[in-house]
Design a binder for this molecule. Structure first.
Ligand code: ADP
Ligand code: MG
Length: 296
């Protein structure tokens, strides 16, 4: 690392180059003040860089363009280790989906840094990031086309065998097979109507094919009936194995097993820990939210 590897004499040089790469407006001391977690100087990352899956938010602040008077995220810092499941919970409007937009670089932070594998998110070509991050949102968008085409959206050159295997892992194969045209069934505006749970399992099959290093679930099971929810949750659990997952959930029962739960309120982190750690905080927001949902 740049800090550990440098002699004292070299530090000024490192400082100068870091200051340059961070831009003159950033306060370098905010970063140097943090406990040792070396920050690699910003360099452009090769498009073929394979993500390990480590994610770090460092003092991230955000305001939407045109809404500069309203801070949406306020000095957020948290980490997800590679292959961990980190849950984000909190009231509606807290800023959870905004965090997803920043991860996907739909927007960049207006303050602070987001790191992937210790490298600033702005140093990644968009395609390099988005090809390795899959999202399963609450409202899945299917385009006009066949089910096969919608699944293969995750991997354009997928074979039929790969598409079927992905549909099976996503618990979607059973309902697809029951349709007269199977994988060739048209969906979207001019095709058949799929239920919310079915659309979601198509999105999961898409993500299975994409085999992303990072998975983002934004309230993926919140609009489903109990039967669908179980099928979707099973498929999601399989999909999360061996990758970093950021999971936003309404229903707290679905995120009890997360490695870390981060509670967000009004754009700031108010609690962080495992389910057992958080549930023992009598005054905590997590405990209150759990009680509202009758979770012991
Ligand atoms: P959550 O997902 O936790 O419900 P959001 O991240 O969607 O919260 O929203 C956080 C805040 O940002 C809310 O006050 C919301 O109104 C505002 N917001 C969300 N999206 C936009 C946008 N595109 N433009 C302006 N404000 C937005
Ligand atoms: Mg949201």
């Amino acid at each position: 690392s740049v800090f550990i590897g440098s002699s004292i004499g070299g530090l000024a040089e490192v400082y100068a180059s870091l200051q340059k790469s961070l831009g003159a407006t950033e306060n370098l001391f905010d970063i140097l003040d943090e406990p040792a977690e070396p920050l690699t100087p910003v360099t452009r990352v090769a498009p073929e860089h394979t993500l390990h899956g480590y994610i770090s938010f460092r003092h991230v602040s955000f305001r939407y363009p045109g809404r500069e008077d309203t801070p949406v995220l306020k000095n957020l810092s948290f980490q997800a280790q590679a292959n961990q499941t980190v849950a984000l919970i909190g009231p509606s409007g807290a800023g959870k989906s905004t965090i997803v937009s920043l991860l996907l670089r739909i927007y960049d932070p207006t303050g602070g840094h987001i790191l992937f594998d210790q490298k600033d998110s702005s140093s990644f070509p968009l395609s390099a990031l988005r090809s390795q991050i899959a999202t399963v949102p609450q409202d899945v968008f299917l385009f006009g086309g066949t089910i096969a085409e919608n699944i293969a959206y995750g991997k354009q050159d997928a074979t039929e065998a790969e598409i079927i295997a992905a549909a099976q892992q996503a618990n979607a194969w059973e309902f697809i097979q029951q349709m007269p045209l199977g994988l060739q069934t048209l969906v979207g505006e001019r095709g058949i109507q799929l239920s919310g749970g079915q659309r979601q399992r198509i999105a999961i099959a898409r993500a299975v094919l994409k085999a992303p290093r990072i998975l983002i679930l934004d309230e993926a099971t919140s609009a489903l009936d109990a039967e669908s929810e179980k099928l979707v949750q099973d498929a999601l659990n399989k999909l999360m194995e061996g990758r970093t997952a950021i999971v936003i959930a309404h229903r707290l029962a679905t995120i009890r097993q997360a490695d870390k739960i981060i509670v967000i309120d009004k754009g700031a982190i108010v609690e962080e820990g495992t389910h057992h750690e958080l549930i023992s905080n009598e005054e905590g927001l997590y405990k209150t939210l759990c009680e509202m949902q009758f979770i012991q």
